[in-house]
Ligand binder design. Structure first.
Ligand code: NAD
Ligand code: ZN
Ligand code: ZN
Length: 228
């Protein structure tokens, strides 16, 4: 089928056929034994094939990996479901928008009283979902934009800024889906990279002080492959 072929082009760069030393473990995608055919198998030739990813060496049924690639990723990259190793450069599905930032010398975030602050704002508009989105052809909403977020203007804060700019360029910052806060469907939501949207106080849990925030967001960025 064409969908398997397009995945093969990308995955072919990273997976190696395994014929000997197949793991005795289960395939982490389908939970069936690796040395037995995948339950995704439709008796097409090769449905029992096992492959391993070239860097982390985790093994899967070939068909399971292809199915996962086509249902989850669709970009030009693959993330190992066992260890999160990223193959290729991970990109997201955030629709077009803009990101701006400036330094506010008069804003001092709790816990960073000696520093100025970096104010980021994201401008996103409603539009029509593309083929990479949950409901292609339907409209999506953009609530609460421009959204503003804050970082301390310290060395680590500047590093986070640089990587947030990279993440936005790779379409990772927002996604289209159901908002967990409002329950609204077909709307832009934050996408696993947390932002501090409260400049004063922490009434909604998205403000300062939070001494772990910069470390945490660097880990979230790294889990999407966004590192220096
Ligand atoms: P969501 O509720 O689907 O949650 C996705 C992630 O965003 C979660 O990790 C959640 O912890 C985080 N998140 C939720 N509320 C947040 C907030 N206020 N600030 C920072 N992170 C937040 O995500 P969503 O639907 O994109 O956002 C939740 C709500 O926050 C929406 O109603 C949105 O309009 C509102 N919001 C408004 C502004 C504004 O400037 N008016 C800014 C940010 C968020
Ligand atoms: Zn499998
Ligand atoms: Zn792995």
């Amino acid at each position: 089928t064409p969908f398997l072929r397009s995945g093969l082009e990308v995955l072919g760069r990273y997976m190696i056929d395994v014929t000997q030393n197949i793991d005795k473990n289960d395939c982490a995608i389908c939970c069936d034994k690796l040395n037995e055919p995948s339950s995704y198998g439709d008796n097409m030739s090769g449905s029992g094939d096992v492959v391993e990813l070239c860097f982390c060496k985790h093994q899967f049924h070939k068909l399971c990996l292809l199915t996962m690639y086509n249902s989850v990723h669709k970009g030009n990259s693959l993330q190992c479901p066992c260890c999160n190793t990223i193959y290729g450069e991970k990109t997201g599905t955030c629709p077009p928008g803009t990101m701006e930032w400036y330094i506010d010398k008069d804003l001092h975030l709790a816990g960073y009283e000696d520093y100025s602050s970096i104010c980021l704002s994201y401008h996103m508009s409603p539009g029509i979902q593309g083929p990479e989105h949950p409901h292609p052809g339907q409209r999506y909403k953009a609530r609460g934009f421009p959204r503003t977020a804050f970082l301390p203007d310290c060395n680590q804060g500047r590093k986070v800024l640089k990587l947030l700019i990279e993440a936005f360029g790779r379409r990772l910052t927002f996604t289209i889906g159901t908002s967990t806060t409002t329950g609204e469907q077909n709307t832009l939501t934050w996408n696993e990279i947390h932002h501090k949207t409260e400049s004063y106080g922490n009434a909604f849990g998205h403000g300062y002080p939070d001494p772990k925030y910069l470390d945490n967001v660097l880990m979230e960025l790294a889990s999407h492959g966004v590192v220096e």
